[in-house]
Design a protein around this ligand. Structure first.
Ligand code: KG4
Ligand code: ZN
Length: 397
């Protein structure tokens, strides 16, 4: 048994009793980590090193299974993961030119996500790690989205920026979440705001479906990309008065929180009443107006949060990080870059292919957690509903 595994095994017994002091940089040795992500419909695995090299990334999408059904069906997605996982993991190792013996740790999404999908990935990761005698790290999916910005950083122009140091403001916009966090350290996040109803990606997907848009094809396709493509030829002011800005009433303008369900419902009603789907330009204009309103709502709440953290609390934020599937939207990226600059902050978005769910972000979060001594034991289970602030409890014990 090598020293890393020995130490990991010791930690598995005593981990829960360690104090925060012990977590200081548990490992500074170079690491090669296998990451597995199956929280939704994509089966993905990747091998990443602690010196920020992505050695492989394998993705199997299941769009062809779910598009005809109008959305993700969890049991179908889970069966897809079970079919895909053996070859996806094998290909990730082969593409990286590594065997499982060269891997220092297996990282896997523990939650939040669809329960049967998380279980498929967790069972594969645990079995692999236990048989090969490797430590396992369970990763919070949203922490992984946030930390990806520290692996690879890019602004709206595609320039590479230095990795952001803590603390930074992070907006996570995906199909399941709309979260505004202050990232203080690995495993330490303050939640400043979240959605009260639909996640932004969920609302975008429903709007895309209401417009009758065909899912964009390719490795990173889906309804959100289809809406962005349709909006390219549209006028974002055409339906301005029919789509009200959420939470812009007087009492709400000073609260940090998001809501997309009213906007979504207004969009669906408008599409039906105006018979928009019969008119190509109408579809483009409606897509552009809806997209613009979603971004305007994010901008309004981001300004409140940045005013609070920077101007009122003097928190030395280093960057605005935006991640999650919706952060691959180019209009959103360029508008938030302007907003961040007005606070003297760089906007950091992972490259689009690392904004949507991927194994790379899980491997990287696994590296950051491993280095902080946050290693799990083989009895680890999934947590389908998992508030990100509760990660602090583990660090602080
Ligand atoms: O992070 P992600 O890949 O999966 C979740 O954890 O939910 O995010 C998926 C969401 C979907 O709602 C998808 O339609 C949306 O991100 N999305 C986009 C774009 N690409 C993906 N929304 C708007 N514009 C895009 N380019
Ligand atoms: Zn995600």
């Amino acid at each position: 048994m090598n020293k890393t595994v020995q130490r990991a095994c010791q930690l598995q017994g005593s981990f829960k009793h360690l104090t925060q002091r012990h977590f200081r940089s548990y490992s500074t040795k170079p690491l090669t980590v296998l990451g597995i992500e199956t929280s939704c419909d994509d089966t993905t695995a990747a091998v990443v090193t602690s010196d920020r090299k992505i050695l492989s990334e394998i993705v199997r999408t299941q769009h062809h299974l779910h598009e005809p059904l109008g959305g993700i069906v969890p049991t179908l997605a889970s069966t897809g993961h079970m079919q895909n996982l053996p070859m996806v993991v094998r290909e990730a190792l082969e593409q990286a030119n590594k065997s499982i013996n060269d891997i220092d740790c297996v990282a896997v999404t523990r939650g939040p996500g669809l329960p049967p999908c998380l279980s498929a990935g967790m069972n594969a990761a645990k079995t692999l790690a236990a048989v090969a005698g490797k430590p396992i790290v369970g990763v919070h999916h949203m922490e992984a989205h946030a930390l990806t910005a520290r692996l690879t950083t890019e602004n709206a122009m595609g320039d590479h920026l230095p990795a952001p140091a803590f603390p930074f403001m992070t907006l996570l916009v995906s199909g399941g979440h709309t979260l505004l966090l202050q990232a203080n350290a690995v495993g330490n996040y303050d939640q400043l705001g979240s959605t009260m109803d639909d996640a932004i990606g969920e609302a975008i997907d429903k709007a895309s479906r209401a417009l009758g848009l065909k899912w964009a094809q390719g490795r990173r396709g889906g309804p959100g990309v289809a809406l962005e493509q349709a909006a390219l030829k549209g006028d974002p002011m055409r339906y301005d008065s029919m789509l009200p800005l959420p939470l812009s009433e007087r009492e709400w303008t000073k609260k940090i929180g998001f809501s997309f369900s009213g906007l979504k419902t207004a969009m669906m009603r408008m599409v039906e009443r105006q018979n928009i789907t019969n008119n190509e330009q109408g579809v483009a204009d409606a897509a552009a107006t809806f997209q613009s309103k979603c971004i305007q709502h994010l901008e309004q709440k981001l300004r409140l949060a940045l005013d609070q953290s920077i101007k009122q609390q003097n928190i030395p934020l280093t960057a605005l990080v935006v991640s999650g599937g919706v952060a691959s939207n180019n209009v959103l990226r360029s508008r938030l870059e302007v907003l961040a600059a007005s606070y003297g902050l760089p906007l950091i978005c992972p490259p689009p292919k690392l904004c949507t769910d991927n194994g790379v972000m899980i491997a990287w979060a696994g590296i950051e957690r491993y280095q902080a001594g946050l290693i799990d034991d083989y009895e680890i289970t999934t947590i389908p509903k998992w508030p990100i602030e509760s990660l602090k409890d583990v660090v602080a014990k």
